[in-house]
Design a protein. Structure first.
Length: 172
């Protein structure tokens, strides 16, 4: 039986997590804490998999059904929806890494009028020969550490540490 928004809203937590099916492998998982999580159960290459679609009410019943339909379309095309989502996240992180090059270029162009020509050309060659190629060939967590601080066009300070520091798990 298909779920309705009123039924999902009325779901309460129990002593153990439980699932309530909407149909076509879409279900809501109600956790012990009362969270309502949309999931899609599917099979790909003979393996049972689960795709998380979001948390209710941030993801409505209608949005969950649309996400289910999109995932089913990917399956019909022979693509694993989970792998497709991971590839999209990877593209996004690569695009974010390229932002440093754009910020560095904008910073250089804004400031080069304040510098003498010899300093400007030396800085440009260091950016082009050393820093930007190293960032282009090194992915997150592969040993390049940077602290980037710049002022955006809106005037707000932008700062980032890459890769992010990890908490120590033992003695140094």
């Amino acid at each position: 039986m298909a779920l309705t928004d009123a039924k999902v809203r009325a779901l309460k937590a129990k002593a153990a997590p439980y699932k309530l099916s909407d149909g076509e492998s879409l279900y809501v998982l109600v956790t012990i804490g009362g969270s309502k999580l949309w999931n899609l159960a599917y099979r790909f290459n003979g393996k049972q998999k689960t795709l998380a679609l979001g948390k209710y009410p941030a993801v409505s019943l209608l949005e969950a059904r649309r996400a289910r339909d999109a995932a089913k379309q990917l399956l019909l095309m022979g693509t694993d929806p989970s792998a497709d989502r991971k590839a999209a996240r990877r593209k996004k992180s690569i695009a974010a890494a390229n932002i440093f090059g754009a910020v560095a270029e904008e910073w250089f162009e804004i400031n080069k009028g304040r510098w003498v020509e010899s300093y400007s050309s030396r800085l440009r060659s260091r950016l082009d020969d050393d820093l930007l190629p190293a960032l282009a060939t090194t992915g997150p967590g592969q040993g390049v550490g940077l602290f980037v601080s710049a002022t955006s066009r809106a005037g707000s300070e932008i700062a980032a540490v890459w890769p992010p520091k990890r908490a120590s798990t033992g003695p140094i």
